[in-house]
Design a protein around this ligand. Structure first.
Ligand code: ITT
Length: 190
């Protein structure tokens, strides 16, 4: 069946496509004009909102990702507002580094919630993945998207932006969410 990927973020789309390789699903990008307001108070709620409303509007299966970066010393900001924290990736990174300043507590985590909706908008699967890390004092690396150049993962000794796509896909918040989702997706009847 057709599966609408309910995102307007090209970086996310690119990564989601790397997980959604089962030929049973015919991936299709959501039309740009169909923009869902993110009124939820959790990542899961927003992922469900986006998947459900896009599925209903188009009459096809839909999958959505809601994600963000939670910085401990900023009480979890930018969190749900990660996309709205600035106009461009550059602005968002600059603002985060400014607000964190020389605070010695650099601890942070990336969170990714994924939801899958049936053509009638019913949510049938939802899952969440988390990747702990640290915020650097300056960007490093050129891969990935968004906050990747300032998000350092101690286990890998690299920022998300320094990792090969393969490594990021394995260890990232999105990778961990999809690792839980994919086995369930396989057992679905459609
Ligand atoms: P859609 O809602 O259309 O999918 P969005 O960019 O608005 O796109 P979100 O509301 O979920 O999506 O915002 C997530 C933001 O968190 C995103 O814009 C990035 O700035 C950041 N983000 C999420 N995953 C990331 C990743 O793997 N690497 C870097 N930044 C990421």
């Amino acid at each position: 069946p057709k599966l609408i990927v309910a995102t307007g973020n090209p970086g996310k789309l690119h990564e989601m496509q790397a997980y959604l390789t089962d030929p049973a699903w015919e991936l299709t990008l959501k039309p740009e004009a169909l923009d869902i307001e993110e009124t939820g108070t959790t990542f899961i709620e927003n992922a469900e909102l986006k998947a459900s409303q896009v599925a209903k509007a188009l009459g096809h299966w839909s999958i959505a990702d809601d994600s963000g970066l939670e910085v401990t010393a900023l009480n979890g900001a930018p969190g749900l507002f990660s996309a709205r924290y600035g106009a461009t990736d550059h602005d968002r990174i600059a603002r985060l580094l400014r607000e964190l300043g020389d605070n010695p507590n650099r601890s942070a985590q990336f969170v990714c919630a994924i939801a899958l909706a049936r053509p009638d908008g019913t949510i049938v699967l939802q899952t969440q993945g988390i990747c702990p890390g640290e915020i650097l004092t300056a960007p490093s690396g050129s891969g990935g998207f968004g906050y990747d150049p300032i998000f350092y993962v101690p286990e890998q000794g690299m920022t998300y932006a320094e990792m090969s796509p393969d490594i990021k896909h394995k260890i990232s918040h999105r990778g961990r969410a999809f690792a839980k989702l994919l086995p369930q997706l396989k057992t679905l009847e459609f």
